[in-house]
Design a protein around this ligand. Structure first.
Ligand code: UD1
Ligand code: UDP
Length: 380
């Protein structure tokens, strides 16, 4: 079977490592994978670093689409992907998650009758103001195989009319839905021992294991609204003061740009003067999971990072009003605070005083990627 995999944004490159590894290790006689990088993310520390350190095969095609408004970016991707698909004639197209690269791949392939395989299907925030929610829904509804990581993902699909009954041959009109576990959990398990052996950022930044807070911010709802961005940074400054812990902030390029434009002068000055808040460039994956496994608390608006906090048994404050990963909130491992400074501080106190955390296996057993490959071979 020949599949074309679409990647573009950082989390997809990371996710592709899990499936490429499963194909290479167990299914290389049955599956040939071609990788298309849309170029949505292009800085070395948003793209190239992951290929190197996670052993992802070099992309067969790079569309170098770069940044742009949603319509322009998605259209450029679709044009490039369609032409590759017409040329390569794969048996299926595989997409991950919910970015514009996901949407472009799903639309381009389904229109020319190439089956779409969606990994991370069924996730919903029920907030259509998020560009990702539009991408998820559209992609799911033109997919042939839908692999959902969680029970909640399956329930969301059933609510939208998908059936969970099985039949041998899937098609866009009779799609098949499977719960497989989470390929990001596969990656975290696979790379955590490698990350721990490496001399990394925990040492370089002279962080005390168990004694620092990790934070990431990149959602447009937080970065592009001045009031939201300023509230979050003010909240971080206050948490640093009350916790007396270092805060490490590997900064997405979008956020770095917006902080320069939108931070109030007094907030910017206080941030710059606080040497315990370390604003650094985006980290590689090995450094990132080492930071996650050694920190005391995670504060994030990232979908992936909130899950990884759970994988590494860390409490998490989610800088969003909703999450697709409802299990971790319902189980008390994470709190949703939006972009409110007051709620951020309150959540900090609530989570630092809480003792009874549990970590049920919501995300599978670390072998979702193999299961997905097996199901593709069986049903395509
Ligand atoms: C995208 C995804 C989001 C995902 C995130 C992962 C969409 C709609 N959004 O958001 O779902 O959570 O990736 O990180 O697909 N930039 C650079 N260098 C880069 C990449 C981006 O400087 O290598 C800057 C550019 O100014 C660009 C901005 O970041 O305009 C936003 O990039 P974009 O890919 O449009 O959206 P993300 O916020 O990264
Ligand atoms: N990540 C990383 N370096 C960073 C920030 C995040 O390697 O500086 C990884 C993180 O460990 C996770 C993935 O990127 O595996 C999450 O991607 P991101 O936060 O960009 O997007 P989202 O998951 O919100 O779509």
């Amino acid at each position: 079977m020949k599949i074309v995999t679409i990647i573009g944004a950082r989390p997809q490159i990371i996710k592709a490592a899990a499936i490429s590894r499963a194909i290479h290790t167990h299914f290389k006689d049955q599956i040939t994978e071609l990788i298309v990088h849309t170029g949505q993310h292009y800085d070395d520390n948003m793209s190239a670093i992951f290929f190197t350190e996670m052993g992802i095969p070099t992309a067969n095609y790079n569309l170098s689409v770069g940044s742009g408004n949603h319509g322009v970016q998605t259209a450029r991707m679709m044009e490039g992907i369609e032409s590759i698909l017409l040329n390569e004639k794969p048996d299926a197209l595989l997409v991950y998650g919910d970015t514009n690269s996901t949407l472009a791949g799903a639309l381009a392939a389904s229109k020319i009758h190439i089956p779409v395989v969606h990994i991370e299907a069924g996730l919903r925030s029920y907030n259509k103001a998020m560009p990702e929610e539009i991408n998820r829904i559209t992609c799911d509804h033109c997919s042939t195989l839908l692999f959902s990581p969680t029970n909640q993902g399956i329930a969301n699909l059933v609510k939208e009319g998908f059936s969970t009954s099985t039949h041998a041959k899937a098609s866009i009109d009779y799609p098949l839905v499977f719960k497989t576990g989470d390929i990001m959990f596969d990656n975290s398990m696979f790379f955590s021992s490698i990350a721990n052996e490496k001399q990394g950022l925990v040492e370089t930044l002279q962080l005390t294991p168990g004694g620092f807070i990790l934070c990431t911010i990149h959602r447009d709802s937080n970065t592009d609204k001045p009031e939201h961005l300023n509230q979050i940074i003010r909240g971080l400054l206050q948490i640093q003061r009350v916790s007396n812990q270092a805060i490490v902030l590997p900064l997405h390029p979008r956020t770095r740009k917006k902080m320069t434009e939108l931070l109030e002068p007094a907030v910017a000055e206080e941030l710059q003067g606080n040497t315990s808040i370390q604003v650094i460039d985006p980290a590689g994956f090995l450094d990132m999971i080492s930071l996650e496994s050694n920190c005391s608390l995670v504060i994030t608006d990232s979908g992936g990072v909130q899950k990884e906090a759970f994988f590494f048994k860390k409490p998490c404050i989610i800088l969003r009003e909703q999450t697709e990963w409802v299990e971790i909130v319902e189980n008390g491992n994470a709190l949703l605070v939006g972009s409110s400074e007051a709620k951020l501080i309150e959540a900090y106190h609530q989570l630092t005083n809480k003792k009874d955390f549990t970590y049920p296996p919501f995300f599978g057993d670390g072998h979702a990627s193999e299961e997905i490959c097996r199901l593709m071979i069986e049903h395509l």
